[in-house]
Write a protein that binds this ligand. Structure first.
Ligand code: SF4
Length: 278
């Protein structure tokens, strides 16, 4: 049994909050640069500014976007891990410390109705998965409101089929336009039930940007959606161009014979997540 002190969790989460806000993932930067070379005129200039912004953030240790997000934490806890305290409390203390000491924008309100700011960006949204082993894996994923607000869930029916799924995804991206800050990473969850498909879509955004699904049907759909989305001419920041999506990720899960739940979770170009394994 591995003993983990919850103070270590707090400190690591605090560190990851600042790093996620500041340092763009290398794989995302690589794909942004490749996409920039494919653009011309205004769309190329926008891509150059996005890349310059991300590189400046890294070099100057400042957030790459003013919206440093609400913190989503995915936790995998092994059956041979013992904590000396409360996991949720440890994570929230880490978020509070990271956002306060890192001078990150506090964007969480206590209630969606009273809109009073909690002033330390807590509480985080924490998803815990039980796994085998003696490791604790924490992935932090700050999510800005621009792209999250344009995300959607729809309960399709089997008769809608693949064409219905494609239409829903592409319509969602076109409706989002510039408000989701494209170029995007488009996470698509298909199957499960109402909340499961949304979680599938969100989790798909954690996959490496150049990763492709192992499932042949999902893989085919990822390629088809990528092509369809990039033909919409939404383009960088919604001002037209070839690059609307940097990547499309499709995650599947079994579902009821009469259901076809589909979720589209949009990730803006400020794709941020960091991982620690304890
Ligand atoms: S959608 Fe993304 S890039 Fe746009 S303001 Fe929000 S966090 Fe920043």
């Amino acid at each position: 049994m591995k003993e983990i002190d919850t103070k270590v969790i707090t400190n690591e989460v605090a560190r990851l909050c600042v790093e996620a806000a500041t340092y763009i993932e290398c794989d995302v930067l690589k794909v942004l640069k490749k996409a920039k070379d494919n653009e011309s005129g205004l769309s190329k200039s926008i891509m150059e500014q996005i890349i310059e912004n991300d590189e400046l953030a890294t070099n100057e240790n400042v957030p790459m976007c003013q919206d440093t997000g609400i913190m989503i934490c995915f936790v995998e806890i092994g059956n041979d891990v013992h904590l000396n305290g409360d996991l949720y409390e440890a994570i929230n203390k880490g978020v509070s410390k990271g956002y306060t000491e890192g001078y990150l924008r506090k964007s969480v309100v206590k209630s969606p109705l009273n809109r009073i700011n909690t002033k330390d960006n807590t509480p985080a949204i924490v998803h815990v998965k039980y796994v085998l082993g003696d490791q604790l894996k924490i992935t932090v994923c700050p999510k800005g409101a621009g792209s999250e607000n344009m995300s959607k869930v729809k309960m399709l029916v089997p008769a809608d089929g693949i064409d219905g799924i494609k239409k829903f995804v592409v319509d969602t991206i076109v409706e989002a336009g510039g408000r989701a800050c494209p170029p995007l990473i488009v996470g698509v969850g298909i199957g499960g039930d109402l909340e499961t498909c949304a979680l599938l879509a969100k989790k798909s955004l954690l996959r490496p940007i150049e990763d492709e699904s192992d499932d042949p049907d999902a893989n085919k759909l990822e390629h088809e959606l990528y092509d369809l989305i990039n033909k919409t001419n939404v383009g960088p920041m919604g001002l037209g161009g070839k690059t609307t999506a940097l990547a499309v990720k499709v995650n599947l899960y079994p579902c009821h014979i009469a259901s076809l739940p589909v979720a589209v979770n949009i990730q803006c170009h400020a794709s941020r997540h960091k991982v620690v394994i304890l």
